[in-house]
Design a protein around this ligand. Structure first.
Ligand code: ADP
Ligand code: MG
Length: 243
C-alpha cells in the first residue's frame, strides 16, 4: 500500500488560477522520491497543498488509507505527515531544546521528554549543545534542527522543501547524509530539490513538475542522463507522466 497518494490534485492561491494542475502520483512505504522542476513550476505550492498550507481546489491526498485532503496542518501532523518548509522552519531566537519542546507539544505529554531525547541522540550536533540559540547554528545544523522538529512526532512520511538551498557543498553533503539516515530508518521521504545530482543519488524515483503538471515519473537512474532532464525542464514530457 502507498504511504502517500496524490490523485488529480489541483491547488493554488486563487481558485481561478490553479498553480498545480491535476497531478497524480503515489509513494510506496519506505521509498524516497524527489520532485524536480524549474523555478516557478509549482513544487513548493504542491508540497504545501499536500501539507494543508495551501488550498486544494480538486483531487485528493491520502496518507495511507486516510483521506487528508485540505485538513489543517496540525491535524496532518497527527495523521503522520511531517513537513519541513524551505524557510522559517525553526525559531532562531529560541534554543535548540526550546525548538524541540515546541514541536513536542503535539505529542501526549508522557511521550515528550523521550522523543526529545531521541532526537538529540539522533543528531549529535544538536545533542552536544541543547542550550545554544538556534540562530547561532550553521545552515546545515539549522536544517538538521528543522528535520528533528518534524521527526519528533514520528511521521510516516516526511516532506522537505529544498533542504539544501543556500548551503555550501560541504553542508549539502551533511544534509543529504542526514536524509539518507532518515530514509534508512524507514521513513518515506518526499524531497523537493534544486540540487539535482544530490537528489537523484538519494531518491530511488524522480518526479519532474513543469508548469504545474507532471512531465516525468520514473526511476532516478533514468535522469542521470542530463539531456533527458534538460528536455523535461524545457517542456518535453515522457510517457511515464501520463500513466
Ligand atoms: N503566496 C503566493 N501567492 C500567490 N502566488 C504565489 C504564491 N507563492 C507562489 N506563487 C506563484 O505560484 C507559482 C509557483 O511557485 P512555487 O510553487 O513557489 O514554484 P517552485 O517551488 O517550483 O519554484 C509561481 O508563479 C509563483 O509566483
Ligand atoms: Mg519552491
Amino acid at each position: 500500500m502507498s504511504a502517500l497518494a496524490v490523485s488529480d490534485l489541483s491547488a493554488g492561491y486563487d481558485p481561478d488560477l490553479a498553480i498545480v494542475k491535476g497531478v497524480s502520483f503515489s509513494v510506496p512505504k519506505g521509498e524516497a522520491v524527489c520532485i524536480l522542476g524549474p523555478n516557478g513550476a509549482g513544487k513548493s505550492t504542491m508540497i504545501k497543498a499536500m501539507a494543508g498550507l495551501v488550498p486544494c481546489f480538486g483531487g485528493k491526498v491520502h496518507l495511507g488509507e486516510t483521506d487528508v485532503t485540505g485538513l489543517s496542518p496540525h491535524i496532518m501532523v497527527r495523521r503522520g505527515l511531517g513537513f519541513v518548509p524551505q524557510t522559517d522552519n525553526i525559531f532562531t531566537r529560541l534554543t535548540i531544546l526550546e525548538n524541540l519542546q515546541i514541536a513536542a507539544q503535539l505529542l501526549p505529554s508522557a511521550d515528550r521528554a523521550g522523543r526529545i531525547e531521541a532526537m538529540l541522540a539522533m543528531f549529535p550536533d544538536l545533542g552536544d549543545r541543547p542550550g545554544e540559540l538556534a540562530g547561532a547554528l550553521s545552515g546545515g545544523q539549522r536544517q538538521m534542527l528543522a528535520a528533528a522538529r518534524a521527526l519528533l512526532t514520528e511521521p510516516d512520511v516526511l516532506m522537505l522543501d529544498e533542504p539544501s538551498a543556500g548551503l555550501s557543498p560541504k553542508l549539502v553533503a551533511q544534509v543529504f547524509d542526514t536524509l539518507r539516515r532518515i530514509s534508512e530508518a524507514g521513513v518515506t521521504l518526499v524531497l523537493v530539490e534544486q540540487n539535482v545530482r544530490a537528489a537523484l543519488s538519494l531518491a530511488s524515483r524522480a518526479l519532474v513538475l513543469v508548469d504545474g503538471q507532471l512531465a516525468h515519473d520514473g526511476p532516478s537512474a533514468a535522469l542521470h542522463d542530463g539531456k533527458l532532464l534538460g528536455g523535461l525542464f524545457l517542456g518535453h514530457r515522457t510517457a511515464e507522466a501520463s500513466q
